[in-house]
Design a protein around this ligand. Structure first.
Ligand code: FES
Length: 189
């Protein structure tokens, strides 16, 4: 059980630089980047001790730190697996088959949405728009985006991760970044 938290010397220096970007009487504005720094230091999640530490560091009431940390899905208040799978379910991804992608992943990993696999390697979460709608459906794995997914490509992606292979990030079909797919572009004259 983790009952205390403080930044490593290296992260303490980074935190000082971040806080120095804001006026002295506005240092609470550094809360989001410091939550991110703390989460990265702690293996992908924020224990209560980290929230308490940031509350003291930034002179922000602990409940406000909790409010921010619990509002954004980018912050985790429970441990997550080695790979945090964040499935976008907002309208463009949903229309392009997000539900099929989710179901395929849950079946393949034998886990439900919101759970972590028994081997501790994968946590499945559902999130709102990841901002890559043009290449829907989209899955974020830790810091990487995988786009234009299908039932088959998401399974291949999970197998690659399980085998320790780094899948190529971005679109999983032959398109240049977010350019229209050849044969799917309709011109209106
Ligand atoms: S709706 Fe999924 S990335 Fe925007």
């Amino acid at each position: 059980m983790i009952d205390s938290f403080c930044f490593t010397p290296e992260n303490a220096e980074k935190a000082d630089v971040i806080v120095s970007r804001y006026p002295a009487n506005r240092k609470q504005s550094a809360l989001l980047p410091l939550l991110d720094l703390a989460q990265r230091q702690n293996g992908g999640w924020l224990p209560p001790s980290a929230l308490r530490f940031l509350s003291e560091t930034l002179d922000v009431p602990e409940i406000k730190v909790y409010e921010v940390a619990s509002f954004y899905t980018m912050f985790n208040l429970k441990p997550v697996g080695q790979y945090h799978l964040q499935f976008c379910r907002t309208t463009p991804c949903w229309l392009r088959g997000a539900e099929t992608i989710e179901n395929a992943a849950c079946r393949h990993l034998n886990a439900k949405m919101g759970e972590t696999t028994q081997d501790g390697r994968f946590t499945l979460s559902r999130v709102e728009c990841l901002g890559a709608c043009v290449n829907a459906p989209v899955l974020q794995v830790n810091d990487d985006f995988y786009e234009d997914l299908t039932e088959a490509t998401v399974v291949t992606l999970l197998d690659d991760l399980r085998q320790g292979r780094q899948p190529s990030v971005g679109t999983q079909v032959k398109r240049q970044t977010s350019a229209p797919l050849v044969g799917r572009c309709t011109l209106v004259s």
